[in-house]
Design a protein around this ligand. Structure first.
Ligand SMILES: [Zn+2]
Length: 158
C-alpha cells in the first residue's frame, strides 16, 4: 500500500516511468497501470532527459538554481537516516518550487524528473554552484567551468 501511495504521489508530481521503476519496488506493469489510472494516459516513451547542459540555459538555470537552494534547505531538515530521505527531500522541495513559481505568476520550467537528476549531477561532480559576485546568489554551473568574479544573468540584465 505504501509503495502504491508513493508511486501515485510521484506520478502526480510528473515522474517518468524510469524514475518510478528506480524509486519504488513495484513492477513495470503495475506502474504502467497506475500511471494510466492517475494521468488518464499511457506514460511517455523514450529516454529520460539526462543532459546536464539543459541546466545552463537562461530560464532553466534560474529555475533549477531556485529549486536547488530549496532542496539544500529542505535536506538540512530531513534526517539522512530517514527512509528514502533523498527522495522525500526532492518531493517536498519540488512542491515548494511549484508553489514559489506559481506565486510569482510564472510557469514551472523544471520538471520533477529533471529535478530528480540534479543531485546525481552534483554527487558525480558534473555540476556545482557558482556564487554571483554581484548579488551573492548561487547558480548552477558546470563543475569544470567554475569562475571567480562570476556575474549571474539576472544581475547582467539589471
Ligand atoms: Zn547576481
Amino acid at each position: 500500500m505504501r509503495e502504491i501511495a508513493l508511486a501515485e504521489h510521484l506520478i502526480r508530481l510528473g515522474a517518468r516511468l524510469q524514475l518510478l521503476e528506480a524509486e519504488t519496488h513495484l513492477s513495470r506493469d503495475r506502474l504502467i497501470k497506475l500511471y494510466k489510472e492517475v494521468k488518464g494516459v499511457s506514460p511517455p516513451r523514450g529516454m529520460l532527459p539526462f543532459s546536464p547542459d539543459w541546466f545552463m540555459n537562461a530560464r532553466p538555470n534560474i529555475h533549477s538554481s531556485l529549486f536547488h537552494s530549496i532542496y539544500r534547505h529542505v535536506g538540512a531538515h530531513i534526517a539522512a537516516n530517514e527512509e528514502r530521505s533523498t527522495l522525500r527531500s526532492l518531493m517536498k522541495s519540488y512542491e515548494l518550487y511549484l508553489e514559489t513559481v506559481t506565486m510569482h505568476g510564472e510557469e514551472p520550467v523544471l520538471s520533477f524528473t529533471r529535478a530528480w537528476t540534479l543531485p546525481r549531477f552534483f554527487d558525480s561532480g558534473v555540476l556545482t554552484l557558482n556564487a554571483c559576485a554581484c548579488c551573492g546568489g548561487r547558480f548552477i554551473a558546470h563543475a569544470d567551468a567554475q569562475q571567480t568574479g562570476f556575474v549571474c544573468g539576472l544581475c547582467k540584465t539589471a
